[in-house]
Design a protein around this ligand. Structure first.
Ligand code: AMP
Ligand code: GLY
Length: 429
C-alpha cells in the first residue's frame, strides 16, 4: 500500500466513491461536514469538518500524509479546496475554482459554450437586472428556463410551460434576491447524463444514465437533487441511438479541449431533442445519484485513474461490467420543501441483500441511524437488465420499510421507461 487517498464529502455519491477507492490496496481517509456511516465503515480515519474550509481540509490531508485527494461535491470546488490541496502538493482529483465555474456559474457556462463554439448550446441571455429579466420573459416568444447563475443544489431552476407559467416565473424572480440569472430557450426531450473522467487534456467516458429530478412519481412536484437513476447494460439508454450518445461524447470532448487544465469528473447533462443533443448543464463532479450507477460497474480500478491523472500518464481505458443498474433514493417525508427528519433507518448493508446500500445524509446516533432533512440513503440493483436491477432495488426497499420516508418507486420500471421511449418517438415524428 503506497497511496493515501483523502475523500472530501459525505453523501451517497461519496459513499460510492469510498467503496471504489477501498477496492484498491490504499489507505482511505475521509472528511465531511456530516458523518456518513457507510464512509466511516470503509475509511481508516474520518474527520468531521467544514468541507468548504480549504485550510481545514489541507490540514487534515497533511495530517494523514495524503498522496491524493478526491473531491465529491460542488461546494468545496466552488470554495477553492482543490486549489488549496494542489498548492499544498496534494493532487486533487477535482477542478480548481476557475475551471469549476463550468458548474458554479451558469452564466460563465453558457458564455464559455458560445465563445468556444461548443455544440448544443441553447439560445440564452444573462441578466443582472431582474426587471429587465422579467421584461424579457414577458416578450420572449416561447418557453424559457429561468436559472439563477450561482449554485442552488439543483433546486433553483424553473421552466415555463412545464412547472410554472410566465407570470409565475416573473413572480419567482421578483420574490427571490438573485444577483444574476440566465434565461434560456426551453429544451424539450429526454434528459440524460454522461460522466467523464478528465486529466491532462484526456478524457474517458462512462455509459449514459437517466436521473429523475422531480420529487414525486410520474415526474410531478418540485425539483430535487435527484431521486434516483438508471443505466442500461450498454452505453445508451432505451430511448436513445448510439449516434446520439456519440454526439454527447463529442460535446464533452470539445469542452475538455476548450477548458484548459481541467481535472476531475466532468458531468454533462444533456437533452435529447427532436433536433439532436443539447446541453442542459455541466457539472464539475460526479452526479449524485448517477455516480451510484456508474462506479459499481466500473471494472477498471478507480485509483488507477487517479494515479495516472496525478502522474501525467495516459489515463487507463475504462472497462465497465455490462450490467444495468437502478438506483432509488429514500428521502425524508416532505422532501424537498418540507422535510421531516428523525425517522429511524431500518436497513444496513447486510439486510439490503443483493442491492448495494449507499448512505447519504443521515445522523448516526448511539442507538441507531436516523434521517435528516436531506436525502437519506440509496439502494442500487445491478443485473443483466434494467427490470432485473429494478426488482433488486425494490426488494431492498421492502426490507427498509417506509416509515417517515418517501421513494419514487416508478424509477426504472418498465412503464416509466416505455413512457420515455414513447415520448422520444412522438418528438421524432
Ligand atoms: P440544472 O440546475 O441546470 O440541472 O437544472 C435543473 C433542471 O431544470 C434540469 O435537470 C432540467 O430538467 C431543467 N432545465 C434546465 N435547463 C433547461 C432548459 N434549457 N430547458 C428545459 N429544461 C431545463
Ligand atoms: N443528479 C444531478 C446532479 O448531480 O447534479
Amino acid at each position: 500500500m503506497n497511496e493515501t487517498v483523502v475523500l472530501i464529502g459525505g453523501g451517497g455519491r461519496e459513499h460510492a466513491l469510498a467503496r471504489s477507492i477501498a477496492e484498491s490496496d490504499v489507505a482511505l481517509y475521509a472528511c465531511a461536514s456530516n458523518r456518513n456511516p457507510g464512509i466511516t465503515a470503509l475509511a481508516d480515519g474520518f474527520e468531521q469538518l467544514d468541507e468548504t474550509d480549504s485550510e481545514a481540509v489541507v490540514e487534515y490531508a497533511r495530517s494523514v500524509d495524503a498522496t491524493l485527494a478526491v473531491i465529491g461535491p460542488e461546494a468545496p470546488l466552488a470554495a477553492g479546496v482543490a486549489d488549496a490541496l494542489d498548492a499544498a502538493g496534494i493532487y486533487a482529483f477535482g477542478p480548481q475554482q476557475a475551471q469549476a465555474r463550468i458548474e458554479t456559474d451558469k452564466s460563465f457556462q453558457r458564455t464559455f459554450m458560445a465563445e468556444n463554439d461548443i455544440p448544443g448550446c441553447p439560445d440564452f441571455e444573462t441578466f443582472d437586472d431582474m426587471d429587465a429579466a422579467c421584461a424579457y420573459i414577458e416578450e420572449y416568444d416561447g418557453d424559457l428556463a429561468i436559472k439563477p447563475a450561482g449554485l442552488t443544489g439543483g433546486k433553483g431552476v424553473r421552466v415555463t410551460g412545464d412547472q410554472i407559467t410566465k407570470s409565475e416565473a416573473i413572480d419567482y424572480l421578483q420574490s427571490e434576491t438573485y444577483d444574476r440569472v440566465v434565461l434560456e430557450e426551453r429544451l424539450i426531450g429526454e434528459e440524460f447524463t454522461v460522466q467523464a473522467l478528465v486529466a491532462n487534456g484526456e478524457f474517458r467516458v462512462s455509459p449514459a444514465v437517466q436521473d429523475h429530478k422531480r420529487a414525486y412519481e410520474g415526474d410531478e412536484g418540485p425539483n430535487t437533487g435527484g431521486m434516483g437513476s438508471y443505466a442500461d447494460s450498454e452505453d445508451t439508454l432505451p430511448f436513445m441511438e448510439p449516434t446520439e450518445y456519440a454526439q454527447a461524447v463529442s460535446i464533452i470532448e470539445s469542452v475538455v479541449e476548450a477548458l484548459d487544465g481541467y481535472k476531475g469528473a466532468l458531468y454533462g447533462q444533456f437533452m435529447l431533442t427532436a433536433e439532436g443533443v443539447s446541453v442542459v448543464e455541466f457539472n464539475a463532479r460526479f452526479g449524485d445519484p448517477e455516480a451510484m450507477n456508474t462506479l459499481p460497474v466500473l471494472e477498471t480500478p478507480f485509483v488507477d485513474v487517479l494515479t495516472a491523472a496525478r502522474d501525467g500518464e495516459p489515463l487507463p481505458e475504462l472497462a465497465f461490467d455490462s450490467q444495468a443498474t437502478v438506483c432509488k433514493y429514500a428521502v425524508p417525508e416532505g422532501y424537498p420543501t418540507d422535510p421531516n427528519a428523525g425517522a429511524r433507518v431500518e436497513i444496513d448493508a447486510e439486510s439490503a441483500g443483493e442491492a448495494l446500500l449507499f448512505y447519504a445524509s443521515v445522523d448516526e446516533r448511539e442507538d441507531a441511524i436516523y434521517t435528516t432533512t436531506s436525502r437519506s440513503f440509496a439502494v442500487v440493483g445491478c443485473a443483466d437488465s434494467i427490470a432485473g436491477a429494478e426488482s433488486i432495488a425494490e426488494d431492498a426497499l421492502a426490507v427498509a420499510g417506509e416509515e417517515g420516508l418517501s421513494v419514487r418507486h416508478d424509477i426504472g420500471t418498465e412503464s416509466l421507461i416505455q413512457r420515455r421511449i414513447d415520448h422520444m418517438a412522438s418528438l421524432r415524428q
